[in-house]
Design a protein around this ligand. Structure first.
Ligand code: AMP
Ligand code: MG
Length: 417
């Protein structure tokens, strides 16, 4: 007797249910701002100062009072004009004295504007006279080339919100308000297992000595790298042992010290494998058939306090289901706010006349003409398609694509970030 076939589930439903299980972890870390790239902020960051702290010069030049320049006349406006003496020199990092009336101050980019000055004249718009006085060649506008205190960040402003995933610009922004340490969500602890008796680890058997039916374990390499990019602490537990008791034991041990147990392979309908009964013996397991191609089989369950996710074994299916489902799950565990990748509409420079009934994620690459080329072999076993491609086309169920048509593109660099 065959098990009754579960109806295929739309991806969005499966994702919503999966995210419903992803309660954010309560553990947080305080880490060096230098180390925080890719981590998720656990608290709002509030500025305790103005940035910039004082009005400062945007140019190398002279701080002036516009009225004083007008009084001696700018060159060209009233013919020959007199210069104004230079009363102080203000390099960046030094404190300025109030500007003496009837004078200008030599000033450099980033240096504080002296009290009383109301404009900066760039040095290219000046001429130094024989007596050292400075003649302004173009009448200044009040406020020109002054960067105002607080024009970037005001005192008390929330600079970055809890749930933001930090990237290089955010690290710089946090540093600009004086933060050397940042509160971030703890790294999810993930135990990674592979299943499948055909799998051989690269390095253990050379290609020419591989037995018939044996293949190298490739999923383990990209899954581990993708987990690490998502900020996870990965325990790579290798290939699940071939015996039921050993599998139960391995899963039980992993569940005690991990937030997620992730496996690839062995989740196809009706497949005999050790993972399924072992997870069921220790907790619960739902096998889902998701209406996407590649990537139909997917399993979610619990082993003790740990989440369990089983990915399909076919490398492209494993890759795509990780990107579409596991990635948002892990970001939500870290309390990240924005977890859906951005999409854009781009013209297909290919035909796709025989679409699948399921929603497809086609491996494509942007070309120099601003369109998308399709990798010729879209089989779920062909990992070359993902390495060649730079994105996925999210193609609705049953939709044939005609060359020139706008399609929905998701960049792999977004999905791998
Ligand atoms: P399964 O989901 O276990 O039925 O596997 C589907 C296909 O993916 C089979 O051809 C497996 O040999 C292959 N496969 C499973 N796991 C891996 C892996 N870790 N690396 C490469 N191929 C795999
Ligand atoms: Mg298998």
């Amino acid at each position: 007797m065959t098990a009754p076939r579960a109806p295929l589930r739309p991806l969005d439903d499966a994702l919503a249910e999966l995210l419903g299980h992803a309660a954010p972890l309560s553990r947080t870390d305080s880490i060096s701002t230098f180390e925080a790239d890719g981590r998720v902020l656990a608290q709002d960051l509030v500025s305790t100062l103005q940035v910039p702290p004082q009005d400062n010069s945007a140019m190398d030049g002279y701080a002036v009072r516009c009225a004083d320049v007008a009084a001696v006349g700018a060159s060209g406006a009233s013919g020959a004009s007199d210069g104004l003496p230079v009363s102080q020199r203000i390099p960046a990092g030094s404190a300025a004295q109030p500007l003496q009336p009837g004078t200008v101050a030599r000033i450099f980019t980033g240096a504080p504007v002296p009290g009383g000055a109301d404009a900066i004249v760039m040095q290219e718009d000046t001429e130094t006279l024989a007596d050292g006085a400075v003649r302004v060649l173009r009448a200044p506008q009040a406020g020109q080339w002054i960067r105002r205190s607080g024009e970037d960040i005001t005192l008390g402003a929330v600079v970055l919100r809890k749930g933001v995933r930090l990237s290089p610009a955010e690290l710089g922004l946090a540093a600009s308000i004086g933060l050397a340490q940042l509160p971030v969500a703890a790294r999810p602890r993930v135990a990674l297992f592979s299943t499948g008796d055909e799998l051989v680890m690269p390095g253990t058997v050379p290609p020419e000595a591989m037995k018939p039916g044996a293949i190298y374990n490739s999923n383990r390499f990209f899954l581990r790298a993708m987990l690490q990019r998502l900020g996870c602490e990965v325990s790579d537990l290798g290939i699940v042992p071939d015996r039921r008791e050993a599998t139960v034991q391995a899963l039980r041990e992993a569940s005690a010290s991990h937030d997620l147990i992730l496996t690839s392979g062995g989740v196809s309908v009706g497949e005999e494998d050790h993972i399924k009964p072992a997870v069921q013996a220790l907790g619960s397991l739902d096998l889902w058939q998701i209406a996407i191609k590649p990537g139909k089989p997917f399993a979610y369950g619990r082993v003790g306090a740990a989440h369990f996710i089983g990915l399909p074994g076919n490398p492209v299916s494993s890759f795509v289901t990780f990107a579409l489902l596991v990635r948002p799950f892990l970001l939500k565990l870290q309390g990240a706010g924005a977890i859906t990748p951005t999409t854009m509409r781009l013209p297909a420079h290919f035909d796709w006349p025989r679409p699948d009934k399921r929603r497809e994620f086609l491996r494509v690459r942007r070309n120099a003409q601003g369109g998308l080329d399709l990798f010729p072999n879209q089989s779920s076993g062909v990992l070359t398609s993902v390495a060649w491609g730079d994105g996925l086309v999210d193609n609705p169920p049953g939709h044939a694509i005609a060359r020139g048509e706008a399609v929905t593109y998701i960049s792999l660099s977004d999905l791998l970030a």
